[in-house]
Design a protein around this ligand. Structure first.
Ligand code: NAP
Length: 227
């Protein structure tokens, strides 16, 4: 495979750690982000970490500009940074909504904007976003209102990107997992049936397939359910 560069946000997270290792093994050069509070900044071959607060628009834009200056082309961006908070409507404050909006939507938007502009110039690229099932279904959303509202915008963002993507050989895909089988989820829900959960390995295989097969990436890009 010719050398390809991929940005992975949330690379220190439960999903991001697995995705980062598998993209490295597949031969990608990985440009990983961590939040400013993370201590993980080790640089190893084909993997560099950048500390960026992705809720900050200008910091995110500078990060993408630095990546382009350092690495040349960005072939793919996997926008995994995000988080969860539970809460029914009556317990959801404006601050909760703002916090989830920043964490789940702005962190994606702030990277997608400059990366998409770069990809349009290159006429090549994939952006992968992570949705959430409750964002598609009011019955599931009612117990995690701020989270679901913030994730629902991810689908609209992908629709907007794809509306012009075809003309430029670009795709934006949203992978929609159920509960991901992570150490954090196992300790939070020790009595759950883990066999029903989504494996980060399987999600990563899906991302690798999307990034290597344009026709596959264009099939039903906005909602790729993973159950
Ligand atoms: N876990 C699930 O069951 C599940 C289900 C559906 C969807 N998802 C979605 O899947 C994605 C990954 O989930 P996960 O379980 O791997 O999450 P996670 O373990 O909580 O990891 C979150 C990642 O986001 C990064 N991050 C947080 N705030 C940031 C900021 N302001 N700037 C830059 N980076 C920031 C964190 O960096 P630090 O490590 O540096 O703090 C971390 O790498 C998320 O979008 C999540 O909403 C998860």
């Amino acid at each position: 495979m010719p050398q390809k560069n991929v940005i992975i946000t949330g690379a220190t997270g439960n999903l991001g750690k697995v995705v980062t290792q598998k993209f490295l093994q597949a031969g990608y050069t990985v440009i990983a982000t961590t939040s400013p509070r993370s201590a993980n900044s080790a640089q190893v071959e084909n993997l560099s970490y950048y500390q960026v607060d992705l809720t900050d628009e200008s910091e995110s834009k500078s990060f993408v500009e630095k990546v382009i200056a350092t690495h040349g082309q960005i072939h793919a961006a996997l926008l995994l940074a995000g988080g969860f908070t539970p809460g029914k409507l009556e317990k959801t404050s404006g601050d909760d909504v703002n916090r989830m909006f920043a964490l789940n939507f702005k962190t994606a938007l702030h990277v997608a904007q400059p990366v998409w502009a770069h990809m349009k110039q290159q006429q090549e690229g994939n952006i992968i976003l992570i949705g959430a099932k409750p964002a598609l279904n009011g019955n599931d959303a009612k117990n995690a209102v701020a989270y679901s509202l913030s994730k629902s915008l991810i689908f609209k963002l992908a629709e907007i990107l794809n509306a012009e993507g075809n003309q430029h050989n670009l795709t934006a895909n949203v992978i929609v997992p159920g509960t991901i089988d992570t150490p954090d989820n196992r300790s939070a829900m020790p009595k759950a049936d883990f066999s029903k959960w989504i494996s980060p390995d399987a999600m990563t295989e899906e991302m690798l397939h999307i990034c290597s097969d344009t026709d596959y990436a264009r099939e039903n890009p906005v909602i790729r359910m993973f159950e």
